[in-house]
Each structure stands twice: as structure tokens, then as C-alpha cells.
Design a protein around this ligand. Structure first.
Ligand code: GLV
Length: 320
């Protein structure tokens, strides 16, 4: 099997106990050509969201039985092409829900209250006195949170916002989430209504053709100028040029992005130099507990797939 990065030890040990592991032990992902060469001849591939697993790779890797993605999202994998070739696809849902919701909430508060800009001002020696009008942010309690994509992570964030901060919860999703409606009195509304009425908007939708650049110039224009936008899902849900315009033209209070398009974001990207935009390097699931649990599931999915058994968490058509 080919493992494209050093996942945490608990996963590597589990894999090494049952098979030969060819590990790409570098700090950055294998280039696509290397990924193809190292995967060909393997029955299992443990991939990260930074690895493109497409039909061309699958055609070159005819022994492959399973692709185990070390992530809950799987937009990097052509699942349809895998299913068509009888290759199982695994992912790691559930175990990173709370860690991701924590980071979304952290970005929400930090962006609403200008935390990074305030710290930068201290580091620059600009803290002269207590400022009655300095760094005025947005009040969280009793605000309206708009959740775009009310799945596990959206629900976990909505729970924090409603139960902890008394927020009213709106959500946009192709499906009704009955738990959210019962437990949090969440209201399902069309996306445009959510954008217009929310004080805080957090994205939790998968990246699919229907959601790509869903937060475009028109969507940003629909938001309140006092709103805060948070994205811990996938960078390509947001048109970053339009976001830059909204943030610099006073049409949006602030944004907190844990994901960008592309990743990594270029250091000269103007978004990075805005005082009202926070960018973190896709760290939402980066807690020891979440990453260990992801490693265990990804390893188990890989082993089960190699053995021709049903995966613990599979996507696409069932092949085993
Ligand atoms: C991270 O972005 C994941 O999909 O797990």
C-alpha cells in the first residue's frame, strides 16, 4: 500500500502490523506523477485531501482495491470513477466534528472581535491607552447564525451558538435536519434569505459542482455589512476576489478562513494583509484526539478494503 504522508503513529502502527507500508515521509505531498508511480502495483492507497485521485491515476493503478481518504471531505477523489472500477473509497466522518466546530467558533469570535488585528497592534507598540472606540467588534449573544450545510459539523457549531450564546439558528441545506429543528429551533430557509438575515455565516457544505463559488459577489452583496463569514469547509466555496472587495469596501465586517482556494494561499495574496480577515492553514481537525481517531479509521478502512470487506465508512457505490 502507498501512504501519502505520515499520519499519526496510531494509524501507521496499525497498518504496519498487517502489511508493507510504502510511506511518503516528506513535509509536502507527493507530486501527482510520483503519486501515480508509487500507487501503481499497490492494492491500497491512503490519500490526503492534497492528493488528486482521478481516473487517469486509477487507469494506471490496475491492482488498486481501495482508496482510503484521511479526511471527511472527499472532493479530491473521483468517487464515480472508483466505483466504476470496483474500487472502494473510505473517509473519516464523525471524529473531527467537534474539533472543526471549535475552530469555526474560534474564527467567528476572533473575526467578530478583531483579535489578530488587536494583537498585531500590541506587537507594533501601538497600545498607548485604553481606547473607548478602539477595535469595536460585533456582539455575539442573541445574534443570528446562518449555517450553510447542516450536517454533523454545521449542527455542532449551531449547538454551540444556540446553547452557549442564545443565537437564533437559520440554515440552508437541500435536506431538512429534524434534529436541528427540534433541538435548536433551527429554521431552514433559502440561501439568499440566510445571507440577508444572518449576523454570522458559517460554511459547512461539501465542495461539489452545485456549491462551487456559491459565495460569489452577489451572495456577498446580500449579506449585512456587519456580518462575519467563516469558512472551515473548502476554499472553493468562496470567490476570494469578491470577498476581498466586500472586506475592503465596508460591505462585510470580517472573515475567518481555515480553507482557501488554492491551498496554500500565496503569501502575496491581498486577503492575507487585511486587518479584518483571518486565515489559518486548514487546521480545523488538528487536535491530537481528532487526528488519532482519523488515523485509526483511515487505517481500518484501508485494511478492510484490501481484504475485500465492507469499509467502516465508505462513500460511492458499494463494491465489497
Ligand atoms: C478536512 O478538511 C476534512 O475533510 O477532513
Amino acid at each position: 500500500m502507498f501512504v501519502t504522508r505520515a499520519i499519526t503513529d496510531v494509524g501507521l502502527e496499525r497498518l504496519r502490523a498487517v502489511c508493507d507500508v510504502d510511506l511518503w515521509d516528506e513535509a509536502t505531498p507527493p507530486p501527482y506523477e510520483t503519486l501515480v508511480v508509487r500507487t501503481s502495483g499497490c492494492v491500497g492507497l491512503l490519500a490526503l485531501l492534497t492528493d488528486r485521485v482521478d481516473a487517469a491515476l486509477l487507469d494506471a493503478c490496475t491492482d488498486l482495491r481501495v482508496v482510503s481518504n484521511f479526511a471527511v471531505g472527499y472532493d479530491n477523489v473521483d468517487v464515480e470513477a472508483c466505483s466504476a472500477r470496483g474500487i472502494a473509497v473510505g473517509h473519516t466522518p464523525g471524529v473531527l466534528t467537534e474539533a472543526t466546530a471549535d475552530l469555526a467558533f474560534c474564527l467567528l469570535i476572533a473575526a467578530a472581535r478583531h483579535v489578530p488585528a488587536a494583537q498585531q497592534s500590541v506587537l507594533r507598540g501601538e497600545w498607548r491607552t485604553w481606547e473607548p472606540r478602539g477595535f469595536l467588534g460585533r456582539h455575539l449573544q442573541f445574534g443570528t447564525i446562518g449555517i450553510v450545510g447542516m450536517g454533523r459539523i454545521g449542527m455542532a457549531l449551531a449547538r454551540r451558538c444556540h446553547k452557549g450564546w442564545g443565537m437564533h439558528v437559520l440554515y440552508a441545506d437541500p435536506r431538512t435536519n429534524e434534529d436541528a429543528e427540534r433541538e435548536l429551533h433551527a429554521q431552514r430557509v433559502p440561501l439568499r434569505q440566510l445571507l440577508a438575515q444572518s449576523d454570522f455565516i458559517s460554511l459547512h457544505a461539501p465542495l461539489v459542482p452545485e456549491t462551487e463559488y456559491m459565495i460569489d459577489a452577489a451572495a456577498l452583496r446580500a449579506m449585512k455589512p456587519t456580518a462575519v463569514l467563516v469558512n472551515t469547509a473548502r476554499g472553493a466555496l468562496v470567490d476570494q476576489d469578491a470577498l476581498f472587495d466586500a472586506l475592503t469596501q465596508g460591505r462585510l465586517h470580517a472573515a475567518g478562513l481555515d480553507v482557501t482556494d488554492p491551498e496554500p494561499v500565496a503569501t502575496e495574496d491581498p486577503l492575507l494583509h487585511l486587518p479584518n480577515c483571518i486565515v489559518t492553514p486548514h487546521i480545523a481537525s488538528a487536535t491530537v484526539r481528532a487526528r488519532d481517531a482519523m488515523a485509526e479509521i483511515a487505517a481500518e478502512n484501508l485494511i478492510l478494503g484490501i481484504e475485500g470487506r465492507a469499509l467502516r465508512h465508505a462513500v460511492g457505490r458499494r463494491v465489497n
